[in-house]
Design a protein around this ligand. Structure first.
Ligand code: NAP
Length: 389
């Protein structure tokens, strides 16, 4: 990375709900020598965020502010050309994300985001991976609750198993928390674009190479009562299993034949049935223009759960894994998944890309592929639990 860049790290979207929390986390935890800046489209809102950061650390009263808008490609290229790493919380990414990815890929600048939108990630692979490989940029999507705990949780689990035999891992998630306006709109956007997402996945499959001499799969499980967990488990078709599979395809540590299945776990059958009915209803309603308008109008961008609500939020993942006749059970757990912990995961990932000694990678890469052990170490030190059960 060229040493002459002005900033080690730029946080784009610092005025949003998750962006502000990420800025506050950086204000508390970034090393003093980090050269960082806030970016966004509204200079007054950026200045207000900076004033709050100056209460945490008075030296941040002079933190540089960069004005950039996703509708103005030149402003994004200026940000990308002056930074070594850009972290973006500007979503829904399907609507707002591509211009910054394009700018970072072109400028050879490392890029991170917290998207959970599969269509966006697949299209960015098809359109910008090759450019990023050429310029040396690392494009690391899904650095929030989607998909860091799963990607790093499986990585942690593998360390407890022999890697010379086929490995199978089942991941189970339980969580309690509330959505922000930005997440709500991103989820609705993804639900309204299932056809587009399938076409983006097919376009990616047509061009993405497969690992040679090894297998890496994410397969769907079945709804069932799990005797090991004592809970109902239901397959969860989020982006997370795709991210785990891509890490497995990229890294030999996942062994000759790796298989992952991804589930939500609930204690009571009625909760499972109510959840499934709710998802089916929203998926249907969001496809019709009048009900789509009504759904999008329910929550405004920029809003999110209060500190008290976040303090009551939590997540717990369990992984049951088997290799060569050996079985292990691991856990990843933490606080508010959507916002406090997502801000922590994004900030630590950005610091990791900017500051840590990492294996050489480029193009679109998963969190594990780009950062592996260095990020695992950072997350553990930042208070996220990774442990054997
Ligand atoms: N993976 C996860 O676990 C996870 C967790 C949390 C959030 N997310 C995702 O993160 C994204 C942000 O969520 P949020 O709740 O923080 O949303 P939010 O509060 O609505 O923030 C959106 C940000 O985007 C900025 N923005 C919008 N249009 C822009 C444009 N044309 N140019 C520049 N900036 C623009 C907004 O700027 P203004 O302030 O000027 O409006 C704001 O800073 C969503 O996609 C959400 O799904 C993912």
């Amino acid at each position: 990375m060229p040493p002459e860049r002005t900033y080690d790290l730029v946080l784009f979207g610092a005025t949003g709900f998750t962006g502000s929390l990420t800025a506050e986390y950086l204000a508390r935890h970034a090393p003093p020598e980090l050269r960082w800046a806030l970016a966004g489209r509204n200079p007054d809102k950026l200045a207000a965020v900076r004033s709050r950061l100056a209460v945490i650390d008075s030296a941040l009263a002079e933190l540089p502010l960069l004005t950039a808008d996703v509708t103005d490609s030149a402003s994004l290229l200026t940000v990308a050309e002056h930074a070594r790493v850009v972290a973006s919380t500007v979503g829904p990414y399907t609507h707002h994300g591509e211009p910054l990815v394009a700018a970072c890929a072109a400028a050879g600048t490392d890029y991170l985001d917290i998207t959970g939108e599969p269509e966006f990630v697949d299209l960015m692979y098809v359109r910008h991976h090759e450019t990023a490989v050429r310029t040396g940029a690392r494009l690391v999507h899904t650095c929030g609750f989607d998909s860091i705990p799963y990607d790093l949780g499986v990585w942690f689990t593998l360390k407890q198993l022999p890697a010379d035999a086929p490995i199978s891992v089942d991941g189970f998630v339980r969580a309690g928390g509330r959505f922000s306006g930005g997440t709500y709109r991103s989820v609705l956007t993804a639900f309204s674009r299932t056809g587009e997402a399938s076409r983006a996945a097919a376009a990616r499959r047509a061009v993405e190479p497969r690992p040679e001499g090894r297998r890496a799969r994410a397969v769907s499980g079945r709804t069932a009562r799990s005797p090991e967990l004592g809970m109902w488990v239901v397959p969860l078709p989020t982006i997370d299993p795709q991210v785990v599979r891509r890490s497995a395809a990229a890294r030999p540590e996942y062994g000759p034949d790796f298989r992952y299945r991804h589930f939500a776990a609930v204690r009571r059958l009625p909760t499972l049935l109510a959840g499934a009915a709710g998802i089916a209803a929203v998926t249907g309603l969001v496809k019709l223009p009048p009900t789509r308008r009504w759904l999008f109008g329910r929550v405004s961008p920029g809003q999110g759960p209060s500190p008290e609500q976040r303090a009551r939020s939590w997540f717990q993942l369990q992984f049951l894994a088997e290799s060569g006749g050996q079985q292990v059970r691991t856990e990843v757990a933490g606080g508010d998944p959507g916002y406090d912990e997502t801000a922590k995961m994004l900030a630590e990932s950005a610091l990791c890309l900017a500051l840590d000694d990492l294996p050489p990678t480029n193009g679109q890469v998963t969190p594990v592929t780009a950062m592996g052990d260095a990020l695992l170490d950072r997350l553990q030190r930042a208070g996220i639990t990774f442990r054997m059960r």
